[in-house]
Design a protein around this ligand. Structure first.
Ligand SMILES: Nc1nc2c(ncn2[C@@H]2O[C@H](COP(=O)(O)OP(=O)(O)O)[C@@H](O)[C@H]2O)c(=O)[nH]1
Ligand SMILES: [Mg+2]
Ligand SMILES: [Zn+2]
Length: 366
């Protein structure tokens, strides 16, 4: 690895012109804190600043996997995406074709780095993002990307203690559908026994095409299957508190709890200053995004016009309402979504979730 000239160089030198003969190193952003990014490059981690104006890498961000995961869901159509644009509430969004180079890097970004020596470097290029999980930043309304290039989300709920809240699961599912992220539902704490109502929900979600695993961080049940689904890609682990996320992370990423941030060590500030997700390396290859920085996931919304597509049972009829501005209400003539409900193509509980998310997305109080 080529080294910078002086041992005293610091990240403060990032504005210097790069020397053309120095090769850039490929890496992945694993955390961002206080303007610095930690970039995993081969076997090491570099603490990086970012070039004021990033170049777009010619290479598209490759999936973290070498073999493409076979069941990857297709993201929403670009038309659906275009309709979701412009709204200040758009919080989970996909890059449109020909997206500009991101002006700020985010965890999960595939980057090329100029090494400066002393475990430091400058991010020079960033690859186009495959997926984006973002929330709108309050100040300028711009989307704040919490995690880029996630391929997969493991959504964790406990079978009991606490009892699962399937309305919340429907919200997470809608977000993941909107972002084009494949989902595995983990029904954790299955060592405590499987209540009949959870079994019923399991059948519902499996019937919709979602992968469902009965896991236990205590007994280790189905963790091999979970590992297999995490292998060689970027996965988000999310879910309400108390369901066993930290316990699962501790099993899946030994030493994760002890892991300290290079940024924290350098700046003297704690891990809580991390913005967005932190990527933890998996033994089997790939990354697990710790949900600590993105626990507000439950508060994010999908734009109302995109919501019907985010419920897989409604997707086939999402464009079929008689009027383009259909409100999908009970007294709406020719509402294809209501017709799907009447025909039994969506269960009433899922439709209730849809209506609740629709009200929220429209800014109505529910
Ligand atoms: N019986 C049982 N308890 C679990 C399991 N996973 C986690 N717990 C317990 O549930 C509680 C919350 O776990 P934690 O990992 O902190 O949940 P988090 O808030 O989602 O990170 C702790 O007391 C854990 O010991 C499990 O698979 N089975
Ligand atoms: Mg936890
Ligand atoms: Zn309608």
């Amino acid at each position: 690895m080529p080294e910078a000239d002086g041992a005293t160089e610091t990240v403060g030198r990032c504005d210097e012109a790069m020397s053309p003969d120095r090769p850039l190193l490929e890496g992945i952003v694993i955390a961002i804190a206080r303007g610095f990014s930690e970039v995993s490059v081969g076997q090491t981690t570099l603490l990086c600043t970012q070039r004021g104006r990033l170049r777009r890498s010619r290479r598209a961000a490759t999936a973290a996997s070498s073999p493409q995961w076979p069941n990857r869901r297709a993201p929403l159509s670009s038309a659906a995406r275009a309709r979701g644009r412009g709204g200040s509430r758009a919080v989970s969004d996909l890059p449109a074709e020909g997206e500009e180079t991101p002006s700020r890097i985010a965890p999960g970004d595939r980057v090329r780095v100029m090494p400066l020596g002393g475990q430091q470097g400058v991010v020079e290029e960033v690859s186009p993002r495959r997926t984006v999980l973002a929330r709108s930043a309050s100040e300028d309304g711009g989307a704040h990307v919490m995690l880029a290039n996630a391929d997969h989300a493991a959504l964790v709920f406990a079978v009991r203690d606490p009892a699962p809240h399937f309305g919340m699961l429907d919200r997470y599912l809608a977000l993941c559908e909107h972002a084009g992220i494949e989902v595995t539902i983990c029904l954790n704490k299955v060592d405590l026994g499987m209540p009949p109502e959870v079994e019923q929900a399991e059948r519902l979600y499996a019937g919709l095409g979602y992968g469902v695993l009965r896991t236990s961080a205590v007994s280790g049940e189905h963790l091999a299957e979970l590992r297999e689904r995490l292998r060689s890609r970027i996965s988000l682990l999310s879910g309400p508190s108390g369901v066993g996320k930290s316990s699962l992370v501790n099993v899946l990423v030994p030493g994760a709890a002890q892991r300290t941030s290079a940024v924290s060590e350098t700046t003297g500030k704690g891990r809580h200053t991390t913005t967005g997700a932190r990527l933890l390396p998996l033994q089997e290859g790939g990354w697990l995004a710790d949900s600590a920085g993105i626990r507000e996931l439950a508060l994010w919304n999908v734009p109302p016009e995109d919501l019907p597509r985010c419920f897989v049972e409604l997707r086939p009829v999402a464009d079929d309402c008689l009027y383009e501005d259909c409100e999908h209400g009970t007294d709406e003539a020719g509402c294809a979504l209501r017709a799907a409900l009447a025909a039994g193509h969506i269960t009433p509980v899922r439709f209730v979730s849809f209506e609740r998310l629709l009200r929220e997305a429209r800014g109505e109080t529910s």
